[in-house]
Design a protein around this ligand. Sequence first.
Ligand code: NAI
Ligand code: 15L
Length: 267
Amino acid sequence: KVHEKLLLTGAAGGLGRALRERLKANCSVLRLSDVQPFGEAAAAEEVVLADLADAAAVDGMVKGVDAIVHLGGISVEGPFGPILQANIIGMYNLYEAARKHGVKRLVFASSNHVTGFYRQDQTLTADHPPRPDSFYGLSKAFGEDLSRFYFDRYGIETACVRIGSSFPEPKDRRMLATWLSFNDLHRLITACLTTPVLGHSIIFGMSDNAVTWWDNSRAHHVGYAPQDSSDVFREAVYARTPQPDLTDPAVQFQGGAFVKAGPFDSR
Ligand code: NAI
Ligand code: 15L
């Protein structure tokens, strides 16, 4: 086991639940955290409930771990207030705690919505500037910059994984390009946690899909080799979904429906 104690935030969420068993192979003890209760700790597990917006709670959550997989936060578009608390102030609290407690490596669940306003006929590398499609995407862009600052200033390494769409199966035509299987997600996180020199890396979280908008050539040092592909679902997805309307922004842009969300009157 490479890590003694690994912290997984967002453990009650969709990806947290998918990774709970898988990540046991990566560490001796898996500390699970979320703001909402999700049951008891099993053997070789710890459970710590914490709101990411609460600095003292986050400090306690981080103390004693040697690496962090950070999935916690608001995972969809919505009013700015909750995103500010969980994703922006939450990232600051997490990295301050990591700095104080000597955590040297994190994997941050960033999102394809950092670059959601690029068109679907553009292929991006990690060198393309962000073009967030939402308050949510903006908060992930902030998280990428914040983690880069903590690397440049304090040497804390982070992999910003711009997850595409990680669900059991691709749900629509867009997800044929963006799909990331749970097993590939685990492979990617494992690669980020174990590669000798990670630095501050941005990597697109996708399976080996034939249609893709992203090029991971800036991240060969991570050593991620996807083994799944959305291609096996293509026929079924085409059969159950309508012909795309090419004038629809959700079809033109990589972010899909996120590019049309809002506006939100309340904060
Ligand atoms: P999810 O919404 O199912 O899980 C997120 C978890 O974070 C929830 O259990 C929620 O209770 C927790 N959380 C929210 N606010 C919190 C706070 N203030 N303090 C502590 N915990 C809080 O989302 P999912 O799908 O599991 O995604 C996990 C991460 O991956 C998220 O950061 C999301 O933005 C990112 N991501 C996921 C993608 C996907 O396809 N599933 C795609 C791109 C990014
Ligand atoms: C995300 O960032 C969301 O967390 C997830 O729920 C999906 O909407 C995904 O992006 C996507 O773009 O499909």
